[in-house]
Design a protein around this ligand. Structure first.
Ligand code: M6R
Length: 608
């Protein structure tokens, strides 16, 4: 949710150009409002409005903004409706200071009242504005901006990061208190951002900023200090080898389609990203645990549902998949030092997951995690993490990261099964070799063979405002994931369910022609046949993903059967998710919805 990018430079006067180029790469974090503030001739110039980045940037000619330092913000609205007045950055009362934030200031309303009583002019209903007034409040007393920021942070409750600048100098200050923040050191310029891709046009020399730290940017240098006591912190930059082309569409009409295709390479890069001894340490911790919990949200949660099936099947380990926001109320009191919590997150910033980590740490549980964004909060908090190595995922709907997660869970369960003697080394080797050598080409083949059928279904499915996606056993998580993709990018209530549950109520919805999508693992065709029969005899139109099978052919017409290539059943949760992603993608574009930026949501949700 929300993205900030700020830069100070001694080699640019038209700072708007680089602000636009870099901030545009944060579009997936928020597209309710956009704003840029620059300092030019000791005055703050502010342009902002409601709308998506490119529309606002063009309308307000943001790239023409003059000056040598500036702050950009892209907002995903929580406090305050998406409107020009609530757009960030915000000015202080006398327009000397300007700030923009990412995250939530939970005591925004009482502070708004307090500051207003003290004489501040708080113009908006957006919690981000309170950051600039919190700083101003102390700055007016001391004239020391660094100290004012430290004191201002003492007023604010919540998880946030903000950047603030004064019109009279060349510095920008940024703090990290729970939301992500990365700093970059270029030649004659330094910058900060909520995420790495936006820094790469400026520099590859990166410093990860940690919670409780502030960074002071000047064109020539960058300084980190602890907010609590102001003490300086030494940290060396590293050189990012991230591929910037990944943050571009590369000829595809949308990032979503590009990322669906990138699943072929993502399953390869995963295996070069994970390393020994971390893999063995991860597996060892897992097999020794009294209880294992998988904790995640959204698509990452659906991947963990599949992961739990893998651990049961391949390693006889009962792993409980739990939705991040639910964990503390379900297991918070019983979690203890012999338990392992495996947190799974593309962004590594999802607040519902981070809250679990904070709590589980107080109970001394071990925190393992699987994360895509390195340097994210989850990587800092975990006892041990494994990277997903998927590269940047720009499109709001997760696709390639779901696939990398499921692939990794398959691999880890196989390793755990071997470690426990449940799988012979030969069986484990053959399962791993299938993942490493066959999976990429099977994904490629699946995309080629199912694309046309997925696209052809769009006119029919678009006539329905609701339908079901049903899975069984290993494909349960796939059904949940396929339904989420359709809801998220097509604005259709697709309900993902366990197929045996359907007869316990929802079956009453079925009438002539009603769409039901089944996703069927190869060894499940015979189990699921009565689920197919009970909807078919009531007139449902069955659409299915699965391997070719005579039983399924009986219930599913050729055009509605999105056949995946033969493989071991353990690959089916990966291969079968792909036709569902393609159905969602083509249905969205058929409905003229931009699947990369579905309305109302954001890729990174740093709020509870
Ligand atoms: O970054 P995370 O994996 O923690 O994100 C979790 C969910 O917010 C995310 O998977 C969301 O559900 C996706 N937009 C779904 O496509």
């Amino acid at each position: 949710m929300c993205g900030i990018f700020a830069i100070t430079s001694n080699k640019r006067n038209n700072i708007g150009e680089i602000l636009v180029e870099c901030a545009e790469k944060l579009t997936y974090r928020g597209y309710d409002t956009v704003g840029i503030a620059t300092v030019y001739k000791n005055r703050i110039h502010l342009r902002k409005d409601k709308g998506k980045f490119n529309e606002v940037a063009e309308k307000l000619r943001l790239n023409e903004m003059r000056g040598s330092k500036g702050i950009a913000q892209l907002r995903w609205a929580t406090f305050g409706a998406p409107s020009k007045i609530n757009a960030q950055p915000h000015l202080d009362c006398d327009e000397d200071l300007c700030a923009a934030h990412n995250g939530n200031i939970l005591n925004f309303l009482p502070l708004r009242e307090q500051y207003t009583e003290e004489g501040h002019t708080v113009r908006s209903m957006n919690d981000g504005e309170i950051c600039v007034h919190a700083v101003e409040r102390y700055f007016d007393q001391t004239g020391d901006l660094l100290e004012a920021i430290r004191s201002g942070c003492g007023d604010l409750k919540g998880d946030y990061a903000f950047a603030v600048m004064h019109r009279d100098d060349d510095k920008i200050y940024a703090v990290k208190m729970g939301s992500s923040l990365f700093a970059g050191i270029g030649v004659g310029e330094t910058c900060v951002s909520s995420d790495l891709p936006s820094i790469l046009p400026v520099t590859r020399e990166i410093i990860n900023i940690h919670d409780g730290e502030m960074v002071i940017l000047s064109p020539q240098s960058l300084e980190i200090r602890r907010i609590a006591d102001g003490e300086p912190i030494e940290r060396k930059p590293y050189t990012s080898d991230a591929d910037i082309r990944v943050a571009q569409k590369g000829g595809y009409p949308h990032f979503m389609l590009k990322e669906i295709h990138e699943q072929v390479s993502a399953t390869r890069t995963l295996f070069s990203a994970i390393r020994e001894p971390y893999i063995s340490q991860f597996v060892e911790t897992l097999v020794k645990a009294e209880r294992v919990f998988y904790v995640a949200c959204g698509s990452s949660y659906h991947a963990t549902v599949v992961g739990s099936y893998y651990l049961n099947d391949l390693a006889n380990i009962a792993a409980i998949p739990v939705i991040g926001g639910q964990f503390n109320s379900l297991y918070g009191e019983s979690i203890g030092e012999n338990d392992v919590v495996i947190c799974v997150s593309q962004s590594g910033e999802t607040k519902d997951v981070i809250d679990v980590v904070h709590h589980a740490k107080t109970r001394k549980a071990k925190i393992l995690s699987v994360v895509n964004v390195l340097g994210s909060t989850l990587t800092h908090l975990s006892d041990l993490y494994l990277p997903m190595g998927s590269g940047f995922e720009i499109s709001v709907p997760a696709t390639k990261t779901y696939t990398s997660q499921v692939t990794l869970f398959n691999f880890l369960a196989t390793k755990a099964g071997e470690r426990k003697g449940i799988l012979t080394p030969k069986t484990a080797e053959s399962l791993i070799s299938e993942l490493k050598t066959q999976l990429p080409s099977l994904i490629d083949e699946t995309i080629s063979t199912t694309t046309l059928k997925a696209r052809a279904l769009a006119p029919y499915l678009s006539k329905y405002s609701h339908f079901y996606v049903l899975g069984h056993g290993l494909t349960h998580g796939v059904a949940l994931e396929g339904a989420l993709k359709i809801k998220e990018v097509c604005y259709i209530v697709a309900d993902g369910m366990y197929s045996s549950e359907f007869k316990h109520g929802p079956l009453s919805i079925v009438d002539e022609g009603y769409p039901i999508i089944f996703t069927i693992a190869p060894n499940d065709a015979e189990h699921i046949v009565n689920h197919l029969a009970e909807v078919e005899c009531r007139g449902a139109r069955i659409i299915a993903t699965g391997e070719d099978h005579p039983l399924l052919r009986h219930y599913v017409k050729n055009d509605d059967f999105l056949v995946v290539p033969p493989s071991s059943q353990y690959l089916s949760p990966i291969l079968q998710a792909i036709p569902l992603q393609l159905i969602a993608y083509h249905l969205a574009t058929y409905k003229n919805i931009d699947p990369d930026y579905p309305r109302n949501i954001s890729k990174t949700l740093t709020v509870r």
